[in-house]
Write a protein that binds this ligand. Structure first.
Ligand code: ATP
Length: 420
């Protein structure tokens, strides 16, 4: 008996195709030809800031159990032929990689996968790992995909979610997706929270908005839950096929807990605690920023426009609030927030001019000249203002971006058993 892991990545382009679809086609073909594919294939999301990603930086893998060496060679041929046939090779940035690995998933592979999720890796590093562990790898063009292919095989999955991806017939790729929104509502009502991120208000979060082969993707806690949900969705176009993937999505596996803000680096994702340094501010386009500090330094945090109402919450933060921020640092060196925990709120004050003995609010008598009562004319020399504490329109607790703005790897509060 031969157990072989197959990893695939970097097959698609912004114009179309999808590595999950190619994987699904390959698995169906292998099964049709009598090969045994064990369990669910994996869909592993990698660093959301990797430079050459097409969309969600996903790579796939699956395990075959074969009877003979002869079978291995036949299966490899089928897989490589399909990757070559279906990949968008004409696109400059599509550089597929396929890895075949016979053996146990060891520490080296696991660490490599975690590095691909949390930082940046070179093709050279991927090739040298493949050579070191004796994996067989195939590079189409530059073969950058072997980074993701190795990672999809090696990623440790302690927390697991599932995604059922349904695929359209190719003749419909460029047309509007025909999914009955009412049926998605019913599906959500019946299966949430065993499935999640199906809807965002009236917006169908299961539906992609790219010309890829996916009709919809349903995310959930078990294969049974996503299948039940799939059976409740009504569509008005024929399906090509569907596949349930085991994933690291929505597990926060990308986040590294750090003790000091100064430890943060570009393209890394973190959980960092600190104090709000200044008043949040807006910039054109509706993006909201504030600075988070600790003894080691400070970092600019952002709630971008797509995070919608989450920005309103961020605007209510005040200097001195203690929070834990969850997010990743993009090319601008800003922490893109995925969620926050407000741990304590600083008191907020409003300042007013003093009241005159006659009961009227006094007015400034000019710079450095104290106050003067506009009614009785009384003057005082003091420049001091009255400080009144006002109630904060904010509560401690966890807050997250809406499903439509959620990163694939970001763990929703519902999965953290936190009531929303
Ligand atoms: P889709 O999700 O639509 O399938 P994608 O967003 O996954 O597309 P790919 O086409 O797979 O994008 O391209 C991502 C490329 O980046 C792959 O070649 C992958 O090997 C590589 N890559 C992934 N993570 C890293 C990383 N941490 N460092 C360097 N390269 C990476």
């Amino acid at each position: 008996m031969y157990e072989i892991y197959v990893g695939i990545d970097d097959t698609d382009s912004p114009e179309g195709m999808c590595t999950t679809y190619i994987t699904c086609v390959i698995i169906d073909e292998l099964k049709y030809c009598g090969f045994k594919v064990e369990g669910h294939p994996r869909l592993i999301r990698l660093n959301p800031f990797a430079r050459f990603k097409t969309r969600g930086n996903g790579a796939t893998s699956f395990k075959m159990v074969l009877d003979s060496i002869n079978q291995i060679e036949k299966a490899k041929k089928i897989i490589l032929k399909k990757v070559e046939e279906l990949s968008c090779l004409e696109n400059e940035n599509t550089n597929p990689g396929v890895v075949f690995y016979q053996g146990a998933v060891n520490q080296k592979l696991e660490s490599f996968a975690l590095k691909a999720i949390r930082s940046i890796i070179t093709i050279k590093e991927a090739k040298s790992l493949a050579e070191e562990i004796g994996a067989d790898f195939y590079c189409f063009k530059k073969g950058r995909g072997i980074i993701g292919a190795l990672s999809a095989i090696g990623c440790p999955l302690n927390d697991i979610t599932y995604e059922l991806l349904s695929y359209r017939q190719s003749k419909n790729y460029c047309s509007k997706r025909r999914i009955n929104p009412q049926s998605v509502k019913v599906m959500d009502q019946k299966t949430y929270p065993q499935t999640f991120d199906n809807l965002d208000g009236g917006y169908m979060a299961i539906e992609p908005h790219t010309p890829c082969p996916i009709l919809y993707g349903i995310r959930g806690e078990s294969p049974e839950a996503v299948l039940e949900a799939h059976n409740l969705v009504e569509i008005d176009e024929p399906l090509d096929r569907y596949c349930i993937f085991k994933t690291n999505q929505h597990t926060d596996i990308h986040l590294q807990k750090i003790k000091k803000i100064s430890e943060m680096e570009k393209f890394g994702c973190y959980i960092a605690s600190g104090e709000v340094e200044d008043m949040p501010w807006n910039i054109e386009g509706g993006h909201v920023f504030f600075k988070l500090k600790d003894d080691s330094g400070s970092i600019q945090c952002a709630a971008y426009e797509p995070t919608k109402d989450f920005r309103k919450l961020i605007k209510k933060l005040r200097p001195g609030d203690h929070i834990t921020a969850y997010g990743g640092i993009g090319s601008q060196g800003t922490l893109n927030l995925e969620k926050i925990q407000i741990k304590s709120l600083a008191p907020e004050y409003i300042e007013k001019n003093p009241l005159c003995d006659c009961g009227k609010r006094m007015k400034s008598a000019g710079c450095g000249k104290g106050y003067k009562c506009p009614r009785c004319g009384k003057k005082i020399r003091s420049e001091l203002k009255l400080r009144n504490e006002i109630a904060r329109d904010l509560k401690t607790g966890f807050y997250e971006v809406p499903p439509s703005a959620r990163r694939h790897l970001s763990k929703p509060l519902i999965r953290m058993n936190i009531k929303i």
